[in-house]
Design a protein. Structure first.
Length: 258
């Protein structure tokens, strides 16, 4: 069942989204060689509490941390811990917070020091794929428009799009209907959904350097590329309003689509 949000609900989610935007601004100076992903998670937790928010991920289906921090071939759901970042790592930080009962969800990728050319290109392409997906969000459009935009752009550059993990609706629950694939799934046509006023979704392309195939590590959470090649992930939460789509997890001056 899809839950359409009122203006008040969207405003609460906007507050949560702006918290995430501020947290990501603070992250950049922390992602340096030698820092552990566990230390980053501790900082993120402290900042969330300072903002008066509850972490969305901690304890969600048993997840043991506040953030998902995925490095290099890790696609999503990396568990923070003793791993030290090194020069040239490609790091994705995925965050969610709850404000007055409503979630916002976003992910950003960062380079540790100087990235290789291929890592830089992948990161730029994934960020642009997210922008293409967000540009496809329009009142009266369809969820499949998002996947078509992401897939055509990414595959046109020679990257693969992860198909086992997708975007999603969001609100009182972290994951709600509808699912938002980053590709066109011909078998989902009957389940394609109109983009209506009040719909709030998380758009989150995951692009791989090699195969789109992934596998789950023994920790039960960390997803990695099957061929061990680099992966990258960006995500934003976007709401459809009378005034058009509003990206809730970007600074207000940049979050409203032109």
């Amino acid at each position: 069942m899809i839950f359409y949000k009122s203006r008040r609900e969207i405003d609460l989610m906007l507050h949560a989204g702006q918290v995430l935007a501020r947290l990501f601004d603070r992250m950049e100076e922390k992602i340096i060689p030698g820092v552990t992903t566990g230390k980053l998670d501790e900082s993120i937790h402290r900042w969330m509490l300072e903002e008066g928010c509850i972490p969305s991920f901690l304890g969600y289906r048993g997840f043991p941390a506040v953030s998902c921090i995925s490095v290099n071939e890790e696609v999503v759901h990396g568990i923070p811990g003793p791993k030290k970042l090194v020069e040239g790592d490609l790091v994705t930080v995925d965050l969610g917070v709850i404000w007055q009962g409503y979630h916002a969800d976003a992910a950003r990728s960062f380079g540790v020091g100087t990235l290789s050319r291929e890592a830089t290109d992948l990161m730029k392409a994934t960020e642009e794929a997210l922008d293409r997906g967000l540009e496809a969000v329009s009142l009266g459009g369809r969820v499949s428009d998002v996947g078509a935009a992401v897939q055509s752009y990414a595959e046109g550059l020679g990257y693969s799009v992860v198909k086992d993990y997708v975007g999603h609706g969001i609100g009182r629950d972290l994951h709600e209907e509808p699912q938002v694939p980053n590709y066109v799934d011909r078998g989902r046509r009957r389940r394609d959904h109109l983009l209506k006023k009040g719909l709030v979704i998380a758009v989150e392309p995951m692009l791989n350097m090699g195969t789109d195939e992934v596998e789950l590590l023994d920790d039960g959470w960390t997803v990695v590329t099957k061929d061990g090649k680099l992966s990258c992930h960006f995500e934003d939460t976007v709401a459809i309003t009378d005034e058009g789509p509003v990206i809730l997890t970007r600074p207000l001056e940049t979050g409203r689509k032109r």
